[in-house]
Design a protein around this ligand. Structure first.
Ligand code: PLZ
Length: 457
């Protein structure tokens, strides 16, 4: 009998080098992408949409290569996932080595060291020097679900407070926690109860100081639910899908102080803002926060699915044995990749790279703002930057959202080999969250394409 394993094993795929440059060789999407897209329409539901239906064959660093051989400057990094770069060699090597050792056992059946190592690294790199514990799960939404579950068990309370413009996921609980019903919750109810939405801090629109915005949030929550019924407050230190809002100074620290005084677990959803994106391991550090629980996902494993809830040991230990887990949670290959991600951040000083990107990108965006009056606001920290587009002449008055301009700019950019993502409650924000591997030259090239796009509006 033939040895099936040997017969079917081909040599490991050799990585084809990807030049770090933009190159458009067909219409976008090209013929090969369009052919796959036709097949997709027959078998993938319309509920799963794609921003730009070019089908990606390879990627490295800050460049995506599609099946037609077009090369895109990737300013989205899979929505902040390939933060240390696409197919980072150290991540690829760590994951490949782990594939050969053990792919799956289920940590809750027979554990393995990689899980423990990731928990140690998270204890070390999340804000605060208190004793911390971590549960690993598969997705950001699952991390949010577990954070809430743990906070409820610890406090014995029911209520979950969230902020306006928030995004926390697509599961039953998390779709009730999002600000936008459309497209995330509309028609998918009944939604989970005991979720309370409160006004946030959105400096460009509300003009409030951090203290005033916090007083408004707190007064609202005291009125609609009452502090004594709240298990947790879940906040994104810098809101992601909502439009990269950096809260006014002191806003989140004031909310945290109120939580602490009232026995409410303060949970930072750092799923989009964490893992070196802002030039700190976690954006909480910029804002002076030491959250009780921190949620990580996206960038933690270089593109492999992994997420985490890390928090004060006494809170994390509130869950009974067997109460936390899941078949794939903390998968060995994803965990090995996460260890490599942490090593790369340290070894290559990627926090400084995030600051370098801010130093290149922010002045370029401010320059665009001087040229084009529909750019109402430029905001962000590190490699998490955004511009908010408003109707002509309203930038300092009514700030009317201009989602049409965002669509025109993203379309033009895509046609010219730049993948730029939108965001914002009103779809009027362009967000930039490139991989930290992006060079200043690629940033300048991408911004020149955006400049042309604005000029043609
Ligand atoms: N919390 C702050 O940004 C995911 C959503 C992409 P999952 N954001 C990108 C899309 O359209 O599905 C996100 C987030 C914050 C939670 C989540 C949810 O993380 O890994 O997508 O479940």
């Amino acid at each position: 009998m033939t040895d099936i394993l040997t017969a079917s094993t081909s040599s490991p795929a050799q990585a084809v080098p990807v030049s770090q440059e933009r190159r458009v060789v067909t219409a976008i999407p090209g013929p090969a992408s369009r052919a796959i897209h036709e097949r997709r329409l027959a078998v993938v539901p319309t509920g799963v949409s794609s921003v730009l239906p070019v089908y990606i064959a390879r990627a490295h660093g800050a460049i995506l290569v599609d099946v037609d051989d077009n090369q895109f400057i990737d300013l989205g990094a899979g929505i902040g996932v390939t933060t240390i770069g696409h197919t980072d060699e150290a991540v690829v090597d760590a994951a490949a080595a782990q594939l050969h050792n053990v792919i799956h056992t289920l940590f809750t059946v027979t554990p393995y060291e990689e899980y423990v190592r990731v928990a140690e690294l998270l204890a070390e790199h999340t804000p605060g020097s208190h004793a911390k514990k971590t549960v690993l799960v598969n997705s950001g939404a699952e991390a949010v679900e577990n954070g809430v579950k743990i906070a409820r068990k610890y406090t014995g309370r029911r209520g979950v407070a969230v902020l306006d413009h928030a995004y926390h996921g697509r599961t039953n609980l998390t779709m009730a926690m999002n600000f936008k019903a459309m497209p995330y919750a509309a028609g998918f109810g009944p939604l989970a109860g005991d979720v309370y939405h409160a006004p946030s801090s959105y400096p460009y629109h509300d003009g409030l100081s951090g203290a005033d915005a916090a007083a408004r949030t707190i007064a609202y929550l005291e009125k609609i639910v009452g502090a004594s019924d709240l298990a947790c407050l879940v906040v994104e230190p810098i809101q992601g899908e909502g439009g990269f809002m950096v809260p006014a100074d002191g806003y989140l620290p004031a909310l945290q102080e109120w939580c602490t005084a009232n026995g409410i677990v303060f949970i930072a959803d750092e799923i989009q803002s964490g893992m070196a994106r802002t030039g700190a391991y976690y954006a909480s550090e910029h804002l002076g926060l030491v959250p009780d629980l921190v949620l990580s996902a996206k960038g933690i494993a270089g593109g492999l699915p992994l997420a985490a809830v890390t928090g004060r040991a006494e809170i994390m230990d509130a869950a009974q044995p067997g109460g936390l887990g899941g078949t794939f949670g903390g998968n060995p290959v994803a965990a090995a990749a996460a260890v490599a991600v942490f090593e790369q951040i340290g070894k290559n000083n990627l926090l400084a790279e995030a600051r370098r990107i801010e130093g290149t990108l922010k002045p370029a965006l401010l320059e665009l703002q001087r040229k084009y009056d529909i750019i109402g606001d430029v905001r962000g920290i590190g490699a998490m930057q955004a511009i908010e587009l408003v109707q002509p002449g309203t930038a300092s008055t009514t700030k009317e959202p201009n989602p049409g301009a965002v669509r025109a700019i993203t379309d033009y950019a895509a046609q010219h080999g730049v993948l730029v993502l939108s965001a914002g409650t009103y779809g009027n924000v362009l967000r930039f969250l490139p991989s930290l591997a992006i060079t200043d030259e690629l940033i300048a090239d991408a911004v020149s394409v955006l400049d042309e796009a604005f000029a043609r509006l």
